[in-house]
Design a protein around this ligand. Sequence first.
Ligand code: GLY
Length: 396
Amino acid sequence: MILQNITTGLFLTITSLAFAQNSKQMSELIQNEFQLADKQYKKLMKSIPQDKMPQSYNASIDKVTTKDITWWCSGFYPGSLWMIYEQTGDPEIRKEAEKRLQLIEPNKTFTRDHDLGFMMFTSFGNAYRITKNPIYKDIILTSAESLSTRFRPGMQAILSWDKMADFKGPVIIDNMMNLEMLNWAAQNGGNKKLEEIAIAHANTTMKNHFRSDYSSYHVIDYNVNTGEVFGKKTFQGYSDSSAWARGQGWALYGYTMMYRFTKNKAYLDQARHIAKFILNNPNLPEDKIPFWDFNDPKIPEVPRDASAAAIIASALLELGQYVKADERKNYVDNARQMIVSLSGDHYQAKAGTNGGFLLMHSTGGLPLHSEIDVPLIYADYYFLEALKRYKDWYLQ
Ligand code: GLY
């Protein structure tokens, strides 16, 4: 008994020491990352025309590539700037963030695709969280109303794209992410119907988008009027039956976020199942940065997707908030490994390089021959979010 007590005490001391060491290392890592991000984004901001948003960096010609404001990623740059400003208090970063918000504000009435949540909540959502400026809140509420016009009662889901390939009523797993803005708006002065739409979409997606192992299809093609499923397909993945890595990340993040707003246990369980699929997948490499698709037969000779790792890490950290200690430890340990890998030499650019982006080695659309093994603005965004979440929730 005494021996058992001594052994248990020793174990606890070692565990606590390891925890303290981890905490110290992570605290330093996170602080360094935000300092680096501050420097890098001051470099990045110099390369972006006044009317565009950063997309990626072409190393062979040393050029930052940019897109128009209606591009689905236009919110990630201002959102990242706000998160950097929050940690460093750098006024130059805030000034750029405010300037870029002004530029994308007209998107609040954009209804041509489903990506308004990505565009307006990663940007104005962070801005409002940090400043509590009521103008930002109004913009979010208007954006949520605009997004809700894409809800199709016949299929009980938000239509992702109007016209894309041969799809008739496409809904992509990515669309789960846009529900965050609807839920938030409904709980912050907006119409309650916005939450009903989010719930309907999440339920329809839970019914049709998942295989028995909880991996997700990319695109479900619906009859918009009846909800009949015409096909289960991919657009950006290896094949219709494969698990496109970023799509698994969107699914994990999406159901964890749905649980945050609704406290419906079905969403929590869905997120846990998805986490299990990802974390137990034999094709998840040791450094925990997924290959671009879990089922590409050429693994390991295929590109990674650092953006998928950043999204998954951020989602796991939130999922860890909703479960008991043992399960939390698994999620947080895995997320930490992802963060440590992403901040290591292989994935992270040296200061002053990479056009100013933080991370390298993301893959946007391999089958589309687009954005392969490059920096991507949303990889940086979700990486910064994961760092902030780790600091806020696991370093106390
Ligand atoms: N939402 C588009 C993508 O993940 O590439």
